[in-house]
Each structure stands twice: as C-alpha cells, then as structure tokens.
Design a binder for this molecule. Structure first.
Ligand SMILES: *Cc1c(COP(=O)(O)O)cnc(C)c1O
Length: 518
C-alpha cells in the first residue's frame, strides 16, 4: 500500500514514512492509494477474532511495509486488557483497557447499539488511536534503521494531551512534552495531566489561552536553529495530532469490529446496512467510518452530529464551508472546533482525487475562512452523510432521557450523537435500520455536566468535580471507570508554568540542549 499527499506533491510514500512524517511537505494530508475490500470470507474470519486479532488483520492491509512481528507487537502493547484486581497504577506500570472486548457494544434497544470507545486509560476515545501510535512510530524508526529519538510536542485543550501522555508514557525511544493553557482546561483534565507518571514525560502549563499555546508549539516546529540543534543530538520532533495516518488507521478497526460483533449477536444478517452516528469535531472519527464503508462495511447513512459549533452541519446542507461565525464553549468541548482538518481527506475522495481543486478550496479556507463545493458534489456528500446539530439544552435533555429511559449514563459528546440520531429518525422515518451510536467519553470524565442533567439541582452543590463523581456513582449505581476513579489521590508530579513567549525554554532545559547553537 502506498500513500500520496492530498495536495498532489510528487511521490509515493510507505506507511512507515507517512507515520514518521505526519503531514506532507506541501501541507497536504497523506491518503492511501486504494482501499482494500473485505470478502465474505474475511468477515467470517473477523467474527471469530478478538479485538487484537481484528486490529492486526485490518492494520496489516494498510501498514504492509511493517514486518508482521513488529505489527503484532504494536497491537499487543496497545490493546491490553487487565481486570481490576491485577491492575496496579504505580509508576512504571502500563495503563491498559478495563474491558476485555476493548470496544464493546451496549444495546439500548434492538435497533440502537452504543459502541463504548472509552475503556482505555484516559476515559475518552482518543485512547483507541493514541495507545498504538507511539508503538507504530518507534517501530517505523526501528525497521527503517533510522537512529533517532522521537520527541513529541503537543498543545492540548483537554483530551488529546492526556491520551498522548498515557500512550507515550515509558515507551522506549520517545519523550513527550505537553503544553496546556493554564486557564483553558477543566479541573479533571488538568489533574489527569499533572499527575502523569513516567520517565519520559513532561507537562508544562502556559500562561495564556489555547491559541497562545498552539501558536507557541507551531513556532517551535518552525524554529530552524532549534531544529538544527535537536538534529545534532539525534532528536526528531514530531506531533501526535489527529491528522497523522497512524491515528486514523487504528480508528477504522473498531467500526469493522462493531459490525462483526453485531453479526455475532444476531442483531443483523451479513450484508445488512447500518447507520453510524458519530459526535464529530475534527472529522477524524467519522472519516474512519467512511473509510470502513469503502472497505465493504455496509453503511446506509453516516450521521454527523455537531454541537452548537455547527460548521459541518451547514456544510453538508449547503455546500458552503464557513468558519467565520461565533465560537461557542459548550459542555462537549472536544467538539468545539471550527476547522475540521480531516475533512480534506473526504473531499479528496468524493471529488475524484482532484488535488488542484482541493488546493484552491484550502487556500480559500486559509485566506477567507470559507469555500464552496458545487451542487453535484454536495449531492454526492448528502448521499453518504446526514447531519444536524444539538444545542446545550438538548444535550442535557438527551443525557437525562437516556438515563431515565434506558438506565444508561452517557457523556455530553455521546448525548449530542444520540440527539442528532433522534432528529435523523424524525426527519427520515428510518426507525428500523440498526444504528451504531459512537460513545466517545466516559460520563465520569464530564461529571459536572452529567450530574447537572440527571440530578435534582437542589440536592447537591456543584463545586467539586471529584466529590460530584462519587455522588453520581452512588445515585446511579454505575461504576466510575478505573481510569478516573482514584485520580484525586494521585500525587502532583508536574507544576511548571512558562511564559507564552518563551515556550522553548522548558524544552531546551529538559533535553539538555546546549543554548549556544547560534
Ligand atoms: C476528540 C473527541 C471528539 C471528536 O472527534 P473527532 O475525531 O475530532 O471528530 C468527540 N468526543 C470526544 C470525547 C473527543 O475526545
């Protein structure tokens, strides 16, 4: 399998190259040159496999330059399950999944099945990809015989930072430095990061907001003198953001796995189409569902669920992408995004790989914050995708409704998906197609919003999120997952703050870079 840049740069690349490099030199995203189609026999075999075997089966198709033993090792290290009684969260031990099926299904009724993607070490779906990405990166360095030490720099507004820390923690050949805005993350999110153990991790708070933090990291990546200094000492800077192919490919796996499980559960017959409802932000998760469809997973509609930042809903309805609009902070913060980077990969596919046109759109997006596709393309888009958005009030009602109706707690992101799925049914009358509802975070990761939605507001004061989670657990009798249960007791291991204009200083100090490279 070879990969190209979506913007037409000359050349073809192996999967090891694209995972090491992250983004193409012309600013495009790496895309596979074809999609392998699964046969009926493949599906029969997948039905009999566990999650690790399914992951190996699918990833092998895309990462065919990886030696099989390397790939097996990556999958093994990433998708480990340990029951509670054997699990020690002490320094040096590896965090893993708390459910033997890794990405289990939970039926709400015979048509709607929730896929829980939050059984990993940080309680959100980013773990599905970030648990394996570090191993894919270090393996690619190993078998291409490059001698360098990977240094991951990440600016985070929440979930990604913690998931990246947990993924890279104690992985030989890597170090990770996460910057977060001092006043831009929730208390639980900050606590998850500053208590992160590991001999190769560092967390620094930035005296600024998320934009300042992201800009600072971008500046480090563009600082040639610093890069030369790093190079000399065999350090290779990289990022773990969601446009890396090494994050997308592992996301295809759980959609295939869900269909195999639905077949095993007799929820459908082979060949039956399903809907997939995905709470969407940067368009990575739902793009993986689209790719699974290209591999032969029978999809009726991909339901793209947005929160009040509904730029994607408008795009699918009108063909106009326009980021010039108010930005809302919602209770589903991981979807508060106005530029969905991975959409570029979808446009590349539905517009016949026309990279000249794609470059034009992306230039318009960059310069004017907007671009339009023609009516024909818009129709093609609407054949596959259906979209609506869910406001704050509706998000809270959806959490309450699902709790009262099904005795099942969902987080605000999943609630957006549920609400938009209801809107889809009302709009289309499609009540009887089996639908996969993607659940992207544990309700306990967002205890404040969940408690406010299901508890009587007079019965408790909503100040301390940790106490609130414990209270919620008592009332609902739904267990706090391991990843979030004991966290209040962990010791703080990181308490460094840096100026927004001096973000490279902690990096230099940490890596012992000689300051006189000039
Ligand atoms: C990242 C994230 C999303 C959005 O996923 P995309 O791949 O960016 O569309 C949704 N929910 C949660 C909890 C997330 O962390």
């Amino acid at each position: 399998m070879l990969y190209r840049s979506s913007r037409g740069q000359e050349g073809e690349f192996t999967s090891a190259q694209v995972i090491k490099q992250g983004i193409a030199a012309d600013g495009g995203l790496f895309v596979p040159d074809h999609f392998p189609v699964l046969t009926k026999n493949d599906w029969l075999r997948l039905q009999d496999m566990d999650y690790k075997e399914r992951a190996f089966f699918i990833l092998k198709l895309y990462l065919d330059d990886y030696p099989e033993q390397e790939l097996i090792k990556c999958v093994d290290l990433a998708y480990d399950f340990q029951p509670d009684e054997f699990h020690g969260a002490s320094e040096g031990s590896k965090e893993c999944f708390d459910h033997p099926q890794i990405a289990p299904l939970q039926p709400l009724n015979s048509f709607c099945h929730v896929q829980e993607l939050w059984h990993g070490p940080t309680g959100a779906f980013k773990d599905m990809a970030l648990q394996i990405l570090p191993h894919l990166m270090t393996a690619s360095i190993r078998f291409t015989e490059e001698e360098s030490h990977i240094v991951i720099l990440t600016a985070t507004s929440g979930d990604t930072g913690k998931a990246a820390l947990a993924g890279f923690c104690n992985v030989p050949g890597t170090s990770i430095l996460v910057y977060y805005p001092k006043k831009g993350v929730s208390k639980i999110q900050e606590w998850q990061m500053i208590t992160q153990p590991g001999n190769n991790v560092k967390v620094v708070a930035v005296d600024g907001n998320f934009d300042d933090t992201q800009r600072g990291v971008k500046n480090i990546f563009a600082d040639n003198r610093l890069l030369a200094g790093l190079n000399k000492q065999q350090f290779k800077l990289s990022s773990a953001n969601s446009i890396n192919w090494g994050r997308l490919a592992p996301q295809i796996v759980y959609y295939i796995s869900a269909y195999a499980d639905l077949l095993n559960n007799k929820a459908l017959n082979w060949g039956d189409s399903i809907n997939i409802a995905v709470p969407t932000g940067n368009f990575g998760n739902i793009l993986a569902a689209y790719y699974a469809g290209k591999m032969g997973l029978p999809v009726k509609k991909l339901i793209c669920a947005a929160n009040s930042n509904n730029v994607l809903t408008d795009f699918i309805a009108t063909g106009q992408y326009n980021r010039n609009r108010p930005f809302y902070q919602t209770m589903s913060p991981s979807m508060d995004i106005l530029v969905s980077s991975n959409l570029e990969r979808l446009l590349y596919e539905i517009n016949g790989h026309d990279h000249e046109q794609l470059k034009l759109w992306m230039r318009n997006l960059n310069e004017n914050g907007a671009y339009s596709i023609n009516a024909e393309l818009r129709k093609a888009l609407q054949e596959i995708f259906w979209s609506a958005y869910c406001n704050e009030e509706e998000t809270a009602s959806a959490i309450k409704y699902v709790w009262e109706e099904y005795n099942y707690l969902i987080d605000p992101h999943t609630a957006v998906g549920f609400n938009v799925y209801q809107k889809y049914r009302q709009a289309t009358g499609d009540d009887n197609t089996v639908t996969l509802l993607i659940s992207t975070a544990s309700p306990y990761k967002f205890s404040y919003s969940v408690a406010r939605s299901v508890m009587d507001p007079d019965s408790y004061t909503f100040d301390d999120e940790f106490k609130l989670a414990a209270r919620l657990e008592k009332i609902t009798n739904k267990k706090i997952p391991r990843s979030l249960r004991d966290i209040a007791k962990y010791p703080v291991l990181h308490n460094e703050t840096c100026e927004r204009d001096n973000m490279e200083e902690p990096l230099r100090r940490w890596l012992n870079l000689t300051p006189d490279e000039n």
